[in-house]
Each structure stands twice: as structure tokens, then as C-alpha cells.
Design a protein around this ligand. Sequence first.
Ligand code: FAD
Length: 524
Amino acid sequence: MAFVARVKPRAIGLRGRWPLQVHAPCRMYSQHPAHHTTTEHPFRVAVIGSGPAGFYTTYKLMAKIQGTKVDMYESLPVPFGLVRFGVAPDHPEVKNCQEKFEEVASSPDFNFIGNVSVGTKSDHPDGLTVPLASLFRHYNAIIFAYGAAQDRKLGIPGEDQLKGVYSAREFVGWYNGLPEHANLNPDLTQGDEAVVIGQGNVALDVARMLLEDVDVLRKTDIAAHALETLSQSRVKRVHVVGRRGPMQAAFTIKEVRELMKLSDVSFHPVDTALLPTDLKSLPRAPRRLMEMLAKGTTATSQSPSETSKSWSLDFCLTPKAFSSSSPDSNQLASTTFERTTLSSSPFDPNAYALPTGESLTLPSSVAFRSIGYKSTPLPEFQDINIPFDERRGIISNDGHGRVQHEERTRGAEMSHGSFPGLYCAGWVKTGPTGVIASTMENAFATADAIIEDWVSRTPFLNVDRKCHGWEGVRSEVLKSGDEKRVVDWSGWRRIDEAERERGKERGRLREKFTRTGEMLSVLG
Ligand code: FAD
């Protein structure tokens, strides 16, 4: 039985309007005719990934099934996923959800296992790896919440060969201090013009980082190496390019407004033929966005000739090639696009782009592709037969987070079944879209599915025997000496303190460590 709870967003670490409607079970399930938990036999759950999905699922599970013990595995020595390594440094208020995660982590039933990657080799040399198969032996349930750590490619000439072409994902990771991209060192000194391909909010984050006054960024927790590089940047003009028109773009008004408000930065007018004239007939959100673009287009106070930097939203262009200035150069000099036309009215949000054959070349000494993140399967999925939907980039699931497999019945028809005890949450469940609030809702939905299964005595892993969780995994796979490299929550707190201390010395909130070796050295 479930009821709709009214939850204040602040209570779950989010700012915004409330009440949010959250489907929550109406009581704790310790006395319910569910699977039985005792102090001796707690409900043991492994969560893979410490981003919002991992924490919000944990929060609800621990609140609703008494006796739940959660071990949260994280491949980095530090928690919070994209809240730390994705959210832009000049958006500190978005990171307030970390306070809620800290509260979850303060429970004696919670155990952080940092610097330990599950099922896949750690991408940094100091990291440990444990096989997924070992988790299967030591938990009642496993929740995949490992996000989307790859990005989509354009597949056009020059993308992999030329210097100056970067993915937004690496650039974002680099300015946020993600160890994997600490050596990216993007060259922003080759020319004035930058191209960002894609028109979602990540693309606008990238544009803002390129255009923002470095002294504003200096006060944030942006990585020190990024400050240094951005302070030497020659980029003056940023084109944010999309295949379709403003009515079809993915960015939201808040991010556009922020760019419009940057000091000493102006906006190049949008082709007014792409903006609906009858704005009143639009629903509220697109109407406000179109109003903002129209206003930015007609504003006379600052024209591009009066400011030192400028940006534009370039619509109806599809990228075709990155080129250098000559065959002997491997430095990006320009990006060629094909103009597109829309399949129906430019004001139809579902209109798609059609090629026109006409091309356009924009000078560009640096380009960022920002066409989406991508989840990948863990290598062991194949051995264990966990299906991964490659097209959508998600673990196959029933929409509520139960990992699903396909079976052929006797009549050779396909039917779906759920793996006992396997669940997914967050971007690896839905695909890489949505904000922290929507990730929270989908994580709560996964927790609801687990609670429902627990109450209805649906099979879980290892219910007939005692599970030892991390103790069991550790004794099975770690070699002597490995233990020292595992970072628990108190270890993270020490790293956190050291970063804040370094920040204080420089008048900043924190100065992040950008190498895992530096993080681990704090712990001796
Ligand atoms: P993640 O946050 O990616 O967490 C996954 C975690 O799993 C990571 O810590 C990763 O290291 C870990 N992991 C991966 N593989 C393994 C493994 N094998 N073993 C152990 N651990 C593993 N939302 C907002 O509301 N506001 C914003 O301003 C905002 N800005 C954003 C900016 C960018 C550039 C991006 C990409 C996203 C932004 N979002 C923002 C969206 C928000 O970050 C996501 O909705 C949310 O982080 C998704 O949560 P998740 O837990 O599914 O994934």
C-alpha cells in the first residue's frame, strides 16, 4: 500500500517550490509480513555510485525498511558524482543537496566504500576494483546507480584528429577538478572564436565558463588549473549551435538568462523568423523563454561592438566537419555546418531538422561537442546476463527500477521477468536527462519498488542465509595492503576539511584536489 506524501524539498535537500508529491509507503515495514530483518540478519544492500540517485534511494530505503544496512561503493575517493564534478562552480546553491546526503551518511547503518570501483577497472591508478560477482554473494539487493560516464560522439571528420576539439564532458570534468580529466589542459589561446555544438544546459554551462569574468569564478570552487587557463583565454566569441530552432532547443530559461546577464558580454540577435509572433498562445515555459530571446534580440543597451565578449545561439545548423587551416596543421581552425530546415512549422516543438545542402563555415579555434552523456554496461553484465539497452543507454528495467531480462516461454514468445534483488536508479535507469530533482524522484520510485517487493516477499538475493556485505566482499577480494586505500566516510570528511582549509588560505570556499593521489595523501 502506498500513499502520496507531501514532502518539503528542503527536507530532502532541494530548494524550490513545494509540496512535491512523492510516493512513499505509509509506514516502516519492520512489523509487516515482509521478509524478516533482525540485528543478526539485516537487509543488506549494495549501492553502486554515490551521486544523487545512490543517496536518494538509500535515504528512502533506510527510512522505510527498518534494519536496512547500505554499503555505498564509489570509484572515486570522494562522493556526490555530478553534484561535485558536473554542476557548474558558479551554481553553489544547486549543491545544497549534499547536506541531505551528509545526513544520510551519518547513519550507523550507512557505510561509504570510496576509491572502490565495482565490476570495472578503476580509471585512476590508485583505485581498487571489486568484481560484481562478489557483491552477488554478500548482499540481498544491489542497486546500480553509476550514472553516465561516457559521451556521445558526432562521428564527423577531424573530431578525433584535430587539436582544439573537446567533449563538453571532459571540459566540465576538467574545470570541476575530476581527476580523470586533470590533464586535459584545453588550449584557449589559438584564436577568438569558440563553437559549442549542442543546445542543452550543459552547452550553456560551457559557454558561460568561457565568457564569465575570471574574477567571479575565482570565488567559486572551480579547479585552480581551470582558473589559470581561463585567465589566459583569448576566446571572445562563443557560438552555441543547434540543429533545430529555438522552439525545439533543450536549454531552459534560467541558464539563458544567466548568460544574458553576464557583464561586458552581449548577445547576437536571433533570426526573428524562428520566434513565434503570437507568444500569448504558447504554454508558460516556452512563452517566457521566447520572450527572453526576443528581448535579448532587440535590446539596444549593449551591442556586440560595445562589449569585449559576445555569444549567439546559432539555429538550424548540423555539423559536418572540423578543419585545420592547412594540410600540415593539426590545429582546429574552422567548423563546417550544413544548414537545415524544419520539417514543419518552426513553432512546432516536435519539428525535426531536414538537410538543405547549403553549407556554412564558422571560424573556430576551439570546439566543444555537447550532445549528451552516455551510460555503458559494466563488463560483467554479459557473463551475468544482465541486459543493457544500448540504444537508450540504460539498464533494461521495468520503468520502476527493477532490472529486467527477457525470457522465451514454451510457446517461444518473449516475456519479461525481473532479476531477484537487482535494481537501478538515476541516469543509468532513465538515460542521461533531467536535473537533480527529477533524479531524486526516479530514485524514490526505485526505492518504492524495492519496498513493495520486500513487503510482498518477492525473491531477493541470498534471503536464506546471513549476508556479510562489505566484510564478505573485502575478505574475498582485497589483498593485504589494499585496505589502506579504501576511503570511508571519515576519510572523505578529512579530505573535505583539507580542501576547505586550502580554500580558506586563498579566500575561496574550497580548493579541490584534482588528483586521487593528493586526496589519498591527506589520509596518510
Ligand atoms: P552521477 O551523479 O553521475 O553519479 C554516479 C556516481 O557513480 C559517480 O560518483 C561515479 O563516480 C560513480 N560510479 C560510476 N561507475 C562506478 C563503478 N563501476 N563503481 C562505483 N562507482 C561508480 N542538475 C541540477 O539540478 N542542476 C544543475 O545545475 C545541474 N548541472 C549539471 C551540469 C552537468 C555538466 C551535468 C552533466 C549534469 C548537471 N545536472 C544538474 C544533472 C545532475 O547532475 C544529474 O541529474 C545527477 O547527477 C544524476 O545522478 P546519478 O546519481 O544518476 O549520476
